[in-house]
Ligand binder design. Structure first.
Ligand SMILES: NC(=O)c1ccc[n+]([C@@H]2O[C@H](COP(=O)([O-])OP(=O)(O)OC[C@H]3O[C@@H](n4cnc5c(N)ncnc54)[C@H](OP(=O)(O)O)[C@@H]3O)[C@@H](O)[C@H]2O)c1
Length: 292
């Protein structure tokens, strides 16, 4: 079964908490923001058991009840620490409970973990596929060698790859994952399209004007915001999709508007070649893991 996703989907990191559940998170606001996003065409929703320690999934579960399940693409992920056979099976079942669903469209390995044999991971994913609890297998944050090790072990194809990729973080393009996905016809999803600041390596917030004159200039010329140009640069690339998080109605509209304009080839090339301080290795890169 081929997986078709829209160019822009909704991320949910920081909905319901960070690594822990935030008891003071405004759940009603979160539910309404997700519903507003779905009504505006963001029907691919990305989450993980890690987000708010399950709180994001609980909020999504409440938000999606009123929508046609068949029209949603719901993705979740198993944590790096849960990658033994039982851990993967339980993680999936717990995610389904919190999401109030009977299947996930996509179940990702959140981070490959060399502490767990690939064969054991594959057995769990194969069983989840056979039971119909998941429709597609995805892998996040893996190099080509790691992706291929998993691909050999699964009885089912890898349907989707997700990595840190934006104007600053270029590992997937520099190390060939984007090209690899294109050749294999596997959708590549760029997470964190709107890179925020990381002061210790001098990375600035790309959504704010004044930080990157090259981006400010292209945004001004096109009459768009920096965030829109950053998203558009990604989705203009063949086979590249993205997920971004917002609970802000104005930010949502900015992202949706990215489907309504084009960036010139020259603008895309300029950003590809000359955006400053490009990082070849992602913050969450695990490199070519010795998975055995
Ligand atoms: N697989 C993985 O390992 C992995 C890792 C990280 C993230 N992810 C997924 O990828 C998704 C996206 O990444 P992310 O949430 O880290 O970062 P992001 O989507 O690039 O940025 C989100 C931040 O940008 C703000 N924002 C959104 N639109 C904006 C706009 N137009 N102008 C200015 N600020 C804007 C949001 O705040 P407001 O809510 O106020 O708009 C939020 O603070 C995550 O939510 C998660 O689902 C996956």
């Amino acid at each position: 079964m081929t997986l078709e996703i829209p160019k822009i989907g909704l991320g949910t990191w920081l909905i319901g908490g960070g690594r822990d559940k935030d008891p003071n998170y405004d759940v009603k606001m979160g539910i309404e923001a997700i519903q507003n996003a779905i009504r505006n065409g963001l029907y691919h929703i990305d989450t993980a058991s890690l987000y708010g320690d399950g709180a994001a999934e609980e909020i999504i579960g409440k938000a999606i009840k009123e929508f046609d399940r068949n029209k949603l693409i719901i993705a979740s992920k198993v944590k790096r620490s849960d990658m033994d056979y039982d851990g993967i099976i339980n993680s999936c079942k717990e995610s389904l409970k919190r999401l109030q669903l009977d299947y996930l469209d996509i179940f990702y390995i959140h981070f490959p973990n060399p502490d767990f044999p690939v064969s054991e991971t594959a057995r769990a994913f194969n069983d989840l596929m056979e039971e119909g609890l998941i429709k597609h297998i995805g892998i996040c944050n893996a190099c080509i060698e790691t992706i291929e090790k998993y691909a050999e072990a699964f009885n089912y194809p890898i349907s989707i790859i997700q990595e840190h990729y934006n104007l600053v973080f270029r590992e997937p393009s520099k190390r060939g994952v984007i090209e690899y996905c294109k050749e294999k016809n596997i959708p590549f999803v760029a997470w964190r399209p709107l890179q925020k600041e990381i002061p210790d390596i001098n990375i600035k917030d790309i959504t704010k004007t004044g930080n990157y004159p090259i981006l400010d200039g292209i945004a001004k010329k096109n009459g768009k915001t920096n965030a829109q140009i950053a998203i558009k640069w990604l989705i203009s690339q063949d086979n590249v999709y993205t997920i971004f998080k917002t609970t802000n109605a104005k930010h949502l509209q900015e992202a949706i508007d990215c489907n309504n304009f084009e960036l010139s080839k020259e603008d895309i090339q300029e950003l590809t070649d000359n955006f400053p301080n490009q990082q070849e290795v992602g913050r969450d890169s695990r490199g070519p893991l010795p998975l055995g």
